[in-house]
Design a protein around this ligand. Structure first.
Ligand SMILES: [Zn+2]
Length: 113
């Protein structure tokens, strides 16, 4: 239930943000990286469950998935490997660096004025 505690954390952050203004939440935009360990479907289910009441009530949730990014030190290509395979998609080298895909954050909140 990793995603459930993440959903509760999102609820807490949204509640804090909305407390400073008098508007109704309509949409929460989230970014989930392919290497973040967060399952978008499970997170959506958890959010839908806890949004039946409280500060997230009635809100829509949109998750943008960011792919893993591998920067190859052999051929300098920047590619998007599919987990659980982490190598250069151009030359197959495993020498390089994962430079993206670990992110998980709330990108923006949309409110009704
Ligand atoms: Zn390469």
């Amino acid at each position: 239930m990793h995603e459930f505690s993440l959903a509760k954390e999102i609820e807490r952050i949204v509640a804090e943000t909305l407390a400073e203004r008098d508007s109704k939440l309509s949409q929460v935009n989230l970014v989930v990286g392919g290497l973040s360990g967060v399952l978008p479907d499970a997170l959506l289910s958890a959010l839908e469950f806890i949004s039946s009441e409280g500060p997230l009530k009635g809100a829509k949730f949109v998750i943008r998935e960011e792919p893993a990014v591998f920067t190859c030190s052999a051929c300098s290509a920047v590619t998007n490997p599919q987990p659980p395979i982490f190598c250069c998609m151009k030359c197959g080298s495993v020498k390089g660096e994962l430079t993206g895909g670990t992110e998980f954050y709330i990108e923006s909140l949309e409110v009704e004025e």
